[in-house]
Design a protein around this ligand. Structure first.
Ligand code: ZN
Length: 241
């Protein structure tokens, strides 16, 4: 185990959760209640068998995701990790693609291309939707022959917010463009630049997402939308100055 420094990918099936990995194989259940204490994770306890954070996309995924590249979307691949706990095991989910600059139903957008739905995928996507449904809108792109399987498994508890067959990718792009326009219409009168008014802070932000994250917006009595004059950080500490 200690010599297992190279990440191995087992199986050639395209599972988006190939990079889901079990951090601690035999995680102590009681540690669930001590979350605040950060536990150092010993590397030799980590099972990297199915984890390759830098793995390339499969041909099937590349073909699909390439369609999105030249569009007017701000795209990041493998942008962030989501920790998920399933049956007291820890996993990390790294979405294929995240789209920035607009939202769907006020949720950030994830696009996942998934070739073969496996049992473990069902468990994990279900968990992801349960935990992150208020923040993320998960769009799944699948094989036509798999669509029924996805829908059936989604009945009890959803695995996605939106599902598209790979042959309809043009329709998906049109749909995203429409959502982008709707978003821009809704927010076109929101300020797009922010600069913290607290002397010496220097925090700045551009665009809705960044401003929302670092500053936040505020509605005035006359319904005009303005940016908070102090950044979020300075607002949390201003009483201590
Ligand atoms: Zn500030």
């Amino acid at each position: 185990m200690s010599s297992n420094k190279k990440f191995k990918i087992l199986g050639s099936g395209s599972s988006a959760f190939r990079e889901l990995f079990e951090i601690l194989k035999n995680k102590d259940k009681s540690s669930h209640y001590k979350k605040k204490k950060k536990k150092a994770v010993k590397l030799d306890l980590v099972d990297f068998t199915n984890f390759n954070p830098n793995r390339d996309f499969s041909k099937w995924e590349t073909k699909i995701l390439d369609n999105m590249k030249d569009k007017e979307f701000q795209i990041e691949f493998k942008h962030r990790k989501f920790p998920l706990e399933v049956n007291s095991k820890n996993y990390v989910y790294i979405p294929d693609m995240m789209i920035f600059g607009f939202r769907i139903n006020d949720r950030k957008i994830i696009v996942e291309a998934h070739e073969n739905l496996l049992e473990e995928d069902i468990i994990k996507y279900r968990k992801f939707i349960k935990e992150y449904k208020n923040i993320y809108h998960l769009i799944m792109i699948v094989e036509g022959s798999q669509l029924r399987k996805w829908n059936e498994n989604s009945k009890k508890s959803p695995l996605f917010n939106d599902i598209w067959v790979k042959d309809d990718i043009k329709d998906l792009i049109n749909y995203l463009n429409e959502e982008k326009l709707n978003f821009e219409k809704k927010f076109h009168n929101f300020p797009q630049e922010a600069f913290c008014a607290r002397k010496g802070c220097g925090e700045e932000a551009k665009g809705y997402d960044e401003i929302e994250r670092l500053f936040g917006y505020r509605k005035m009595k006359d319904k005009k939308i303005i940016v908070q004059s102090y950044c979020r950080y300075c607002r949390t500490i201003k009483h201590n100055i």
